[in-house]
Design a protein. Structure first.
Length: 189
């Protein structure tokens, strides 16, 4: 989502930036226009560094195609309506796997199009765990220990631990000192 934002922003700014690329008489007046490939790559690196997206059980992550989901998990118990989300400009459908404790928000660029995982919500009775071994029922202390260097202190509190950011990361919801549920992906636009 942010990568698309940076690419779109870049495409809008490119014509404006090239207007300043004129020969100047004095070196101090020269306008530096960044190389387009490095500008986009640096923007993507910033997004990837700020957004910490997890993998569950070694394979389930944001961006997995619907075919892989169905081949691995089967047909969902419940599929919501394909809804247009104006903030992302895409269609999102909720897929519930009740026995697995998984709710997947599947996204496509067109109505009823092929979808990819956009947001993952893990709820009880899920046994799915993050790459660092955190799952439902893990203690708050365990989460704090495993993600010590990645916790977003500004957005976290005693009830919520944010890894990355609410715009693209992992959010652990704490109840009575343990992980009650968690979400991987964007919580806000």
């Amino acid at each position: 989502m942010k990568i698309q934002f940076f690419k779109k922003s870049f495409l809008i700014l490119l014509p404006l930036m090239s207007c300043g690329n004129q020969t100047q008489t004095a070196e101090k007046d020269l306008v530096h226009i960044p190389d387009t490939a490095s500008f986009v790559n640096e923007s993507i690196k910033i997004v990837e560094k700020d957004d910490i997206l997890e993998t569950l059980n070694g394979w389930l992550r944001i961006g997995v195609e619907q075919k892989t989901i169905i081949d691995s998990l089967g047909i969902p118990d419940n599929k919501g309506e394909d809804e247009y989300w104006g903030a992302t400009g895409t269609y999102v459908q909720e897929w519930k796997y009740k026995a697995l404790g998984l709710i997947l928000y599947m996204e496509s660029g067109e109505f009823e199009g092929n979808k990819k995982v956009f947001i993952i919500e893990v709820v009880s009775p899920s046994s799915y765990k993050t790459s660092k071994g955190v799952g439902i029922g893990a203690t708050m202390d365990f989460v704090l220990k495993k993600y010590a260097n990645e916790i977003n202190e500004e957005e976290s509190d005693q009830d919520v631990i944010i890894i990355g950011s609410i715009y693209g990361g992992t959010c652990f919801f704490i109840k009575e000192g343990k992980v009650n549920n968690f979400i991987i992906g964007a919580l806000a636009d």
